[in-house]
Design a protein around this ligand. Structure first.
Ligand code: AMP
Length: 301
């Protein structure tokens, strides 16, 4: 089963306590697609500018990712500049240039419209809605967003939320969207906005999953060094959706396993700058760390 993602394809300039990098490949769709590509065929929808190098596109195709939905427009590629604090869970956006993203109207290739697993990655909710309206019969529709869009486009975001099954967002964004400080209250309030399930990412503290009938908590894989947390959230979602598409199983047990696969993929992403580690993984490596994760959280035996 194919997974379709819409999101940003970006140049990222990043500063972390471990170092810095200028104009490297980034964007929510890029991290998601690379993460999902170890599990299932992936189709990308996004926009790039004239300045976007062919090498980066080749990286996607080498991973078997279908990039027919990436459009090159006149102008510059979306550029994000971020700086992480000593406390690596905190980051500031220093610059954000939408460039070709402003006014982008995706036109999905015909074959993409039948994708069953669809991820609306972090991007303008207007674009997310545009994609939803072009889809024919989805099995699972999930969405990610961030503070910028909660601030800039809340009304449209709320409309999209009424259409999705699963919302993935981090704890500060859940507080911002719901108006509640307490994370359980925030999750309950978000569930009332439409999604049947909400996954709250808490950086190095792991993930909480809420639905009306269940709560599931998992830690993040403990690492001695986090080089660059950028893309952890998007590659988490990629591993999660990829694993769900690989099995076609949307029962609660399968969802829980997929959350752990997502956490494993994210743990690799943060081990190096940008997509470096994420793009050079293998499924056996992922499976091995998944087993370690199972042992890490086992308190029955
Ligand atoms: P994450 O660390 O998983 O939350 O996502 C980081 C990625 O989000 C970076 O690669 C950025 O290019 C991208 N990004 C940053 N700001 C935005 C935004 N406002 N909309 C969409 N993508 C963004």
């Amino acid at each position: 089963m194919s997974v379709l993602v819409v999101g940003t394809v970006a140049f990222d300039s990043i500063e972390t306590p471990s170092g810095s990098a200028e104009r490297i490949l980034g964007g929510s769709a890029s991290y998601f697609a690379l993460g999902a590509s170890y599990f299932a065929p992936v189709r990308m929808v996004g926009v790039i500018g004239q300045d976007f190098p062919q090498d980066y596109l080749d990286l996607f195709t080498q991973r078997g990712i279908d990039i027919a939905g990436i459009k090159r427009e006149a102008g510059d590629t979306f550029h994000w500049r971020g700086r992480y604090h000593e406390d690596i869970n905190q980051r500031d956006t220093i610059e954000l240039h939408l460039n070709v993203l402003a006014g982008f109207q995706p036109k999905l290739p015909e074959a993409y419209r039948d994708s069953e697993y669809v991820f609306l990655g972090n991007i303008d909710p207007v674009i997310q809605m545009d994609v939803v309206e072009q889809m024919r019969h989805m099995k699972l529709l999930a969405l990610d967003t961030m503070d910028y869009w909660i601030g800039a486009s809340l009304d449209t975001l709320k409309k999209v939320l009424q259409r999705v099954e699963m919302l993935v967002l981090n704890d500060s964004e859940a507080r911002l969207l719901s108006g509640y400080d307490n994370i359980v209250k925030a999750a309950r309030a978000i569930l009332r906005m439409g999604p049947k399930m909400v996954l709250i990412k808490r950086g190095e503290y792991g993930v909480l999953q809420f639905s009306d009938s269940s709560v599931f908590a998992t830690p993040a894989y403990p690492l001695e060094e986090v080089f660059d947390p950028t893309g952890a959230g998007d590659s988490f979602a990629g591993g999660l959706m990829g694993q769900l598409a690989r099995t076609g199983d949307l029962t609660q047990g399968s969802l829980r396993r997929a959350i752990v696969y997502g956490s494993v993929v994210a743990s690799f992403t943060v081990e190096d700058f940008g997509v470096k580690r994420l793009a050079a993984l293998s499924l056996p490596e992922i499976e091995e760390r998944y087993q370690r994760f199972v042992e890490l959280t086992d308190f029955h035996s």
